[in-house]
Design a protein around this ligand. Sequence first.
Ligand code: SAH
Length: 226
Amino acid sequence: MRAIRLREMLHTIEREARFTAPMTGRLAFNPRVMEAIEQVPRDAFVPVELLDQAFDNGPLPIGQGQTISQPYIVALMTDLLDPQPTQTILEIGTGSGYQAAILSQLVQQVYSLEIIPSLAARAAELLSRLGYDNIEVRTGDGHSGWIEHAPYDGIIITAAATHLPQALLDQLKPGGRLIIPVGMPYMSQELLLVEKDLAGKLHTRDILGVAFVPMTGGANERKSNH
Ligand code: SAH
């Protein structure tokens, strides 16, 4: 039963990738990304009372008013990041830890920041219990990034920001990619792909409309010039 549900989830992601291809420019996701999605047990990251929905293509509540993202969106954002085996990635919004686990299969090292301490602690414990040993989770406000390990080959923000946080743009390597949903809280947002070229110039592309929980915090943020 589990294997069938997982297979259905993968097919749904592939179908949705084809539907949204006119907007995303991607008819199919990288096979490495799909393989990572196949390998990471989403059912370990959802609350037990929602186990029967673990392989549905929808977001699910994980407590504290937060959600584990829709599998198709996880696949799309991971694919847009174009992860490579030697890379170091920063995630903002650990939540359940699911997106971090997917990335850990695809890159060398994942750093993930979560603003709610209890979620950070739970995700860190789960990820280590499942044997993901290249993910470090810390409690903190993603608006300031994680300076100790910067710069990053890629940065993925899994909560909706009102703007592009300057610290995150600064902590992105030249040639790197940043994926972020931007828009007003609780309204629909645009998923943006920001590429920093080798000269340090930013190029931003709108990918498609999405709906994420808001990125909170930001009180101590340094003012941005963007
Ligand atoms: N990537 C997660 C889904 C995240 S939901 C997963 O795979 O399950 C968004 C998460 O971002 C929530 O857990 C929320 O608490 C967190 N968040 C919101 N604002 C944040 C901020 N400023 N810094 C870090 N985390 C933040």
